[in-house]
Design a binder for this molecule. Sequence first.
Ligand SMILES: Cc1ncc(COP(=O)(O)O)c(C=O)c1O
Length: 413
Amino acid sequence: MNEWLKSAAGTRAATAPAAERVRYMAPSGETFDVATPRWRAPDGAPLALTPGPGLSPDRIDSRERSLWRYAAALRVDPDSRVSLGEGWTPLLDGDWHGGAVRFKLEYFAPTGSFKDRGTAVMISYLRSVGVRGILEDSSGNAGASLAAYCAAAGLSCRVLAPATAPAAKVAPIAALGADLCLVEGSRQDVADQALRESESIFYASHNWQPFFLEGTRTLAFELWEQCGFGVPSAIVVPLGYGSNVLGLWLGFKELLDCGAIASLPRIFAVQAANCSAFARPWAEGTDRWEPFEARTTVADGIASIRPVRMPQVLGALRQSGGSLVTVSEAEIAVALRGLLARGLFVEPTAATAAAGCTALRDQGQLAADSAPVVVLTGTGLKAADRVGEILSEIAKCDRERGVRGARCCARPA
Ligand SMILES: Cc1ncc(COP(=O)(O)O)c(C=O)c1O
């Protein structure tokens, strides 16, 4: 087990007090007081938090219809809580590609994406330690989430986004009162600009700040509770930087370590084949980032070039017994159409999870009788134009197939 994973999920008793002295922890093992906000270690490495306290059913506040029902396991000051009602999303029984599934509707969130879990906890923490203004870079969903929670918390918020980001994704950022700055160039250019600005304003990047993962790990607690305090056999989730993968891993590992569950679910991550930073390291069994050809993808939320916590994400997939799967643009389009046909209005990035489920079933990695959880991470409302274009493209493709008998689109859902 790599050091970060080991230290971030060390064994703890379920009875430990939640507000126990949580500390930032660097990969070197050095720890830092959380009273001083940080977004990375002095040597530039990403930080984790010291192990969480675990959870038991009797410590859940079932009156709370939000992720704050797990407040006993969240290391933030309850008096600084900033909430818009995030978490406690539906788990819906369904069918997919010849078998049962459970769709986890993470797009039922205040700003329409799973990011609200991480943002609510991160902003609560930052406010509690006196941060009054933050900087973020985002291609869309995280920026809208940060803008909303900063508005609720009374914090100023500056968001850098790529000039090419879909208008429907950046409009909410400005509408929610953030100082939106569109940056020319690639997604990496935006991140580089944020790094330069981080000298003068606190950089609350959701990809770096470990309190964001403190929030996304509530997805694991919630699935555990919604499965009758059991463990789903498998979870399929889109992967960009990995805050869902790591949140799931941290949460379930914590439950395992405190004796609340007896095994981990297999975690399957899905990337677009057009832009997969993880594909090569996964296939080669390494942890290192390597340059790769990044082409455009409809799954803009996971088009990540240089993920920050690559070894940790790969370690979590390997240790859970899951895997990484990549899907083509055609497979994403077909999965999106299949979800829409079931009344599930999600964005293309979220549809990659369903496309991944199709591929995993075809490859025999998911047994037909297993009912994996398919995590639907973002609403279609912020991508309605793009969704319409994709449907038109598939319809055109279907027409051509009818005329020429050509095989154009991939596996039906
Ligand atoms: C809708 C949606 N799903 C999934 C992801 C991927 O999340 P992560 O980068 O934490 O892996 C994103 C990231 O922006 C997203 O917007």
